[in-house]
Design a protein around this ligand. Sequence first.
Ligand code: ADP
Ligand code: MG
Length: 293
Amino acid sequence: ATPTAFLVASGRGAQLGVLVRGPEALERLRRVDTVVFDKTGTLTTGHMTLTDTTVAEGGPEASEVLRLAAAVEQGSEHPIGRAVVAAARHEEDGVARLPEVTDFRAVVGEGVSGRVDGREVRVRRPRPSEPLPEPLRRARAAADRAAHTAVIVEIDDRPTGLLAVGDTLRPTSREAVHEVRALGIEPVLVTGDGAAPAHAMAERAGIDTVHAGVTPEDKERIVTALREQGRCVTVIGDGVNDAAALASADLGMAMGGGTDAAIGAADITLVRNDMLAVVDAIRLTRRTLSTIR
Ligand code: ADP
Ligand code: MG
């Protein structure tokens, strides 16, 4: 594209709330044929709410398990962590009386852990067919049916609690997916979340191709494999777990409300968090960059 075309397109892009890092990014946006969407915080609002706390027999009661889980989640910037902390604070009448945590550790795409009140507490993703004590197994099945995300609370290496959190699609996600398809671009959902919530959200958004339960490294591998098929791939994400995939895409797009890691790894920032802006921006580049050059 000529410098003039770039200036025109990037100026209009800014009006749409699409901040572009350079001329090459705009040119690649014009050629995109595959959009890889992250789920939590991208297709969905990322404002998760705790919907259920279930505990195993013989362990601490539900409010105590939630309190311990929230204590370690205080150090997390993941939507699940924020939901758990908000729920625990709510139970305590909004007063922050969560216990101190030492040895805090966060593993991207996996969970958090730390020492609380002399116990080793971990909040993490469940493994695909992990055996769980009965009340937790049933709670996990119920979360799956409700398209909620289930995480396990381990205390001293024993699965002691199961927390379910729910999220909703962004208001424009479904329309944006539809419009993306109308432009001849294939939408794909790639998420670290489990199969049940992933497929339920994909169906609500109108996406047929789903990769669920993937690690941040898998996200990157999926993007690389698509590119090796000769596709021009854009990734849209918000999390620390999306940073590698964003960087390996032909074009990375970060949600404006996303993490610094995602924004730093992306070529484009969607300032208004509006998925329809992506569609407008692609249309814009197809119009401007082909006519002005
Ligand atoms: P997504 O692709 O949906 O944004 P992530 O890759 O960030 O998901 O996380 C994958 C899974 O790892 C989550 O569904 C959850 O089970 C687990 N996980 C990640 N971070 C946390 C956290 N802070 N607390 C509990 N579980 C977490
Ligand atoms: Mg996300």
